[in-house]
Design a protein around this ligand. Structure first.
Ligand SMILES: [Zn+2]
Length: 297
């Protein structure tokens, strides 16, 4: 195995999941992956992270994610993409962009509409612009029938109101990188949403409340993600050069979540993968999927 990791990851960070994992949020079109993407993918495979959902956050990145999924899948690794417009970029939403996103979402590589949603923490686009773009993308998901990949930060109440009125029109939806409080979590579960967990709970400064909440999420609604290159877990057992997060570190996050839930790692790995495969409608057998490199069920 050692040769597939190259020297980038210190020995202490070479994890292997006891059962294949799906990283439901990998921003591999980020510039920081441009110079060593093949090695990043090889390390993911060696860590038994066998399926990556590449996050598409705007037209350019969604196009790149689709092209990447098409070009690089295979050899034990399945790649899929999402296509949406992030709330930060919601001010750019117009009819032309809507048409382009609908076209992208028809591609077989695209397994979800998003990343889209509301972020009232930073308000890079105004709340009104964010709601307009999100509403339009809820409409696209309703039309295509594809699941939704949702971003929400400091906007839990408005998110629940909007999803409540769309609940019957849309299918499955995941709130990725969930970081909110108990009331928001139960509100989402009441709407029968899925929850994506990152290494946020590995952060001793701000992850405490999450540690007490993760056991409340039914395994059939829980999925795991790195959200790399962002959100490098703060409690890794060794320092990482450049501090860039990557899919090969997902087993560490899984281990942490399993600990706080009181699950075994193997149990949680298998459960989150089953949930993710059903959510994104991936074939049940990951090895067949990876060798074909397509998304036909
Ligand atoms: Zn996000």
């Amino acid at each position: 195995m050692a040769d597939t990791f190259d020297d980038f990851l210190p020995e202490a960070l070479r994890f292997t999941s006891p059962s294949p994992l799906v990283d439901i949020g990998a921003n591999l079109t980020h510039d920081s992956f441009a110079r060593d993407l093949p090695a990043v993918l090889a390390r993911a495979r060696a860590a038994n992270v066998t399926t990556l959902i590449l996050t598409g956050t705007d037209r350019e990145h969604a196009e790149q994610a689709v092209a990447m999924a098409r070009r690089l899948a295979g050899e034990g690794l399945a790649l899929h993409a999402t296509a949406g417009v992030h709330p930060h970029d919601a001010s750019r939403w117009d009819a032309g962009l809507a048409a382009d996103m609908a076209e992208l979402q028809r591609q077989p590589e695209v397994v979800a509409v998003g990343e889209c949603g509301l972020d009232f923490n930073r308000n890079f686009s105004t709340p009104a612009e964010q709601e307009r773009a999100f509403e339009a993308q809820l409409g696209l998901a309703a039309e295509s029938g594809k699941p939704l990949f949702i971003h929400e930060r400091d906007a839990g109440q408005r998110m629940r109101e909007m999803l409540h009125s769309w609940r019957d029109a849309i299918g499955d939806a995941v709130v990725h990188c969930f970081t909110a409080d108990r009331a928001t979590l139960f509100g989402y579960l009441d709407l029968d949403l899925h929850i994506g967990l990152t290494g946020w709970l590995c952060d001793e400064r701000r992850g405490h409340h999450l540690r007490e909440l993760v056991a409340e999420i039914p395994a059939t609604r829980l999925m795991v993600e790195t959200d790399c290159p962002y959100l490098l877990p703060r409690n890794l057992p060794a320092k990482l050069k450049g501090r860039r997060h990557e899919p090969a570190l997902l087993p560490w996050i899984l281990r942490e979540i399993a600990h706080w839930r009181g699950d075994s790692e193997a149990e949680l790995a298998a459960a989150t993968t089953t949930t993710a495969r059903r959510f994104f409608r991936l074939p049940a057998d990951a090895s067949r999927e990876a060798s074909r490199g397509d998304t036909t069920p």
